[in-house]
Design a protein around this ligand. Structure first.
Ligand SMILES: Nc1nc2c(ncn2[C@@H]2O[C@H](COP(=O)(O)OP(=O)(O)OP(=O)(O)O)[C@@H](O)[C@H]2O)c(=O)[nH]1
Ligand SMILES: [Mg+2]
Length: 333
């Protein structure tokens, strides 16, 4: 898959080779830059916290060849919009417009997510042109069997077999697919795996990445970035003004509240007093109602008793009148 393109020219031995490291955040871009340069110049993220906030460009002489290594911002960081990522990647690419570039190292963990496909398409369609695939090496990190060519081939076959047509077309169109395992010092104290990964990458860069890719799209990218920046600046100005407005409104509300505070307190006290007196009135009414019910029941009992006494008296009178003592009549208590 040797790159052949009219926009490319072979590199002379002393000419610098520009390498762009692009990939999803946390996939190991900065680590690859360290591995290639045999330094720790690029900050590696210890956990899932994204470390590379803007692209970093450093020059090195490796095996007698001058390399310019560019560690681009990672995509997939939820704090950045797709547009911001576009701008940041495009900005890094625009940075190499004078020299052109030799190779993009597209760093992946092998699954090739939709996001990775989107960025890949962005590179092909907007930032560069479709020829970029010939200058792109896909680097799969965290592959423990990276030293075993047969295992690497089987892994690649599996990715191709399980992937969509789109993924297959991306991978097959690229310059090469390389497996590495850049373990940190805790995992591999003598960093042997990093040394071996470096040998693989450096050999590939030396042998297969000798041409410079400098498409006209790189010059036009400036206009795209300027337009994008205008939009970005407009959005930023709008956000700043909204934030100021929010701040002013909050301050105003706070001071109004402070002014109204004694008045509010008075109203609150009145509401509270009203609630208490209503509660007391309800309790009084309930108590009075209960007293009335009890009084009515007592009156009813007294009336019943008087009635019974009267009836008893009548029975006694009738008994005396008709010669009996009332025996045989019901007795009323
Ligand atoms: N085992 C193993 N660990 C790796 C490999 N590559 C990277 N790491 C570790 O993964 C973590 C993230 O690596 P980075 O190089 O910082 O990732 P990045 O893509 O630059 O991430 P951001 O800049 O944060 O977006 C670090 O702790 C690395 O040590 C690998 O191939 N194998
Ligand atoms: Mg990084």
């Amino acid at each position: 898959m040797e790159a052949m393109d009219t926009t490319s020219t072979p590199t002379t031995p002393l000419q610098e080779r520009v390498i762009l490291c692009i990939g999803k955040t946390g996939n190991g871009r900065s680590t690859i830059c360290n591995v290639l340069s045999e330094t720790m110049d690029f900050k590696e993220s210890p956990n899932s916290v994204s470390e590379t906030k803007e692209h970093k460009k450093q020059e090195y002489t490796i095996d007698g060849i001058k390399y310019v290594i560019v560690d681009c911002i990672g995509f997939g960081d939820t704090r950045l919009t797709a547009q911001q990522v576009f701008f940041l990647i495009a900005d890094a690419c625009f940075n190499v417009r004078d020299t052109g570039l030799h190779q993009i190292l597209f760093v992946t963990t092998g699954r090739f997510t939709e996001e990775e496909q989107e960025v890949f398409n962005l590179l092909r369609s907007t930032i560069f042109n479709p020829e970029i695939v010939k200058y792109t090496t896909i680097v799969k990190t965290r592959y423990p069997k990276f030293r075993n060519p047969q295992a690497c081939q089987e892994d690649l076959d599996k990715i191709l077999a399980e992937g969509t047509d789109e993924i297959r077309s991306i991978i097959q169109s690229c310059n090469k697919f390389i497996h590495v395992n850049n373990m940190c010092e805790d995992e591999d104290p003598v960093l042997k795996a990093r040394k071996d990964s470096r040998t693989l990458l450096a050999t590939h860069l030396y042998n297969n990445c000798r041409e410079i890719y400098k498409p006209k799209e790189l010059d036009q990218l400036n206009d795209k970035i300027v337009n994008y920046m205008t939009e970005a600046q407009k959005s930023k100005a709008r956000i700043d003004s909204l934030q100021q407005e929010l701040k002013d409104t909050t301050n105003k509300n706070n001071s109004t509240l402070v002014e109204l505070h004694p008045e509010l307190q008075k109203i609150q006290n009145e509401i509270k007093a009203g609630q208490e007196s209503y509660k007391k009135a309800q309790e009084d009414a309930a108590r009075q109602t209960a007293e009335i019910i009890i009084a009515r029941e007592e009156a009813q009992r007294a009336r019943d008793k008087a009635k019974r006494a009267t009836e008893h008296e009548i029975v006694l009178i009738q008994a005396r009148r008709y010669g009996g003592e009332g025996r045989g009549f019901c007795s009323i208590q």
